[in-house]
Design a protein around this ligand. Structure first.
Ligand code: FMN
Length: 382
């Protein structure tokens, strides 16, 4: 399963096509829109998200609520586009439309104009904007529905926003109900309050914040992924997918970087016979992946997000039309989008795992995948 997106931030709509989708997956319109809404929420978002109420319009690949086995295509209207029709007109002359010429440090603006030769940073920022991640979340709902039918669930929580942090939480410490009702997606109410006040302070100072979130996948069978090559090893694939989200600067699994400071016996998870008679790991310091494959324990990855680059108290830049020192451009912007990035990461993780399950079980139809999964579980014996 893979996806491709098109769409500018202030263009008429976003489009996503999900390919290699097995037939027979039940999709639910409300669930798709619920995930889109989760991406739009979170304390610290800017005015744009108050304008958009994302809805996915399914235009291909689904009939009577089930996937057909053909590509699934979805459209998400940018309601804000009504205010930008002249600026984003595909056929107009552009006369009278002011160009953006002060590239923002930390954004794609400068590299983009250098790469493409554009004289207007808007040609870059419209597509580099994380508005595109709404389309990814829509794609992810197809993967999540497939995984759910195979007993696999994906969730996330936020562990750090700027200086406010919980420390690394295990899946059992991150109560999904507490995460769902927190506007910073943090299961610890005291730390959540600190996160909100850190965001308030940043906003007052014209600053922005990043943070750390965790994504957790449960219900996995062992052996998903592969033990050689970049495109097969599951940790490599997941890290690549999560790093593709704008502003993500680091990904770790389980102990992650902390493992480098420990001895081997304080890192590796002993193999034991579980109560169910199946082999388990006594601990899950690896974050559920050994040798590029799932161990059967929950996959737990963490990602670090850098602070939002658009600052209301802008950094110095150089105007590309004059060569003069300038203040970086100010677009309407989030102060912090860590909770939203976590929702996007859930989608990316689900898409990789859905594809990896197809690699293990075949991918034409859900019924056959279920049959193959039962046979796989049976063969593993323990
Ligand atoms: C959900 C989400 C929302 C974001 N919102 C904004 C925003 O409002 N303003 C902004 O400047 N950057 C925002 N960003 C971050 C930029 O997209 C990102 O910093 C930029 O693409 C450069 O990051 P990169 O160096 O990792 O590509 C957001 C990122 C995500 C994941």
């Amino acid at each position: 399963m893979r996806y491709t997106t098109a769409g500018e931030s202030h263009g008429p709509e976003l489009v996503v096509i999900v390919s290699d989708v097995p037939a027979g997956i039940e999709l639910d319109r409300a669930t798709i829109d619920h995930d889109l809404a989760r991406r739009q929420q979170g304390y610290g978002r800017g005015g744009r998200m108050a304008i958009e109420t994302d809805r996915a319009l399914v235009v291909a690949g689904v009939r009577f609520g089930r996937t057909l086995g053909s590509p699934v295509a979805m459209r998400i209207v940018n309601r804000d586009a009504a205010n930008w029709s002249e600026v984003m007109d595909p056929w107009g002359s552009g006369d009278g439309v002011e160009a953006v010429t002060a590239p923002r440090p930390g954004h794609a603006d400068l590299g983009g104009v250098q790469r493409t030769g554009a004289a207007d940073v808007r040609d870059i920022l419209e597509r580099a904007s994380a508005r595109e991640t709404a389309a990814r979340v829509a794609a992810g709902t197809v993967a999540r529905a497939l995984l759910a039918a195979l007993g696999v669930s994906v969730r996330s929580w936020v562990e750090r926003i700027g200086p406010a942090a919980t420390g690394a939480l295990g899946p059992e410490e991150a109560d999904p109900a507490a995460v769902a009702t927190s506007d910073v997606s943090c299961p610890d109410a005291d730390v959540a309050a600190e996160m909100r006040s850190a965001i308030d302070n940043a906003r007052q100072q014209g600053e922005s914040l990043g943070g750390v979130f965790a994504v957790c996948v449960e219900g996995l069978v062992p052996g998903v992924g592969g033990y050689a090559e970049q495109g097969q090893r599951l940790d490599s694939r997941l890290a690549s997918a999560v790093m593709s989200i704008p502003a993500i600067k680091g990904v770790e699994f389980g102990l992650g970087f902390a493992a480098a400071a420990r001895t081997g016996s304080a890192v590796h998870d002993e193999i034991v016979l579980g109560e169910s008679g199946r082999l388990r790991r006594a601990t899950n310091r690896s974050g559920g992946i050994d040798g590029g494959m799932t161990t059967g324990e929950p996959v737990v990855l963490r990602a670090a997000m850098k602070p939002i680059p658009t600052l209301m108290r802008p950094l110095r830049t150089v105007d590309i039309s004059t060569g003069e020192v300038a203040d970086a451009a100010r677009e309407r912007s989030d102060v912090c989008a860590v909770p939203a990035a976590a929702v996007v990461a859930e989608a990316e993780v689900a898409l990789v795992l859905a594809d990896a399950y197809q690699g293990l079980l075949g991918g034409a139809c859900l019924h056959d995948m279920r049959t193959a999964l039962a046979a796989y579980r049976e063969r593993i014996a323990w």
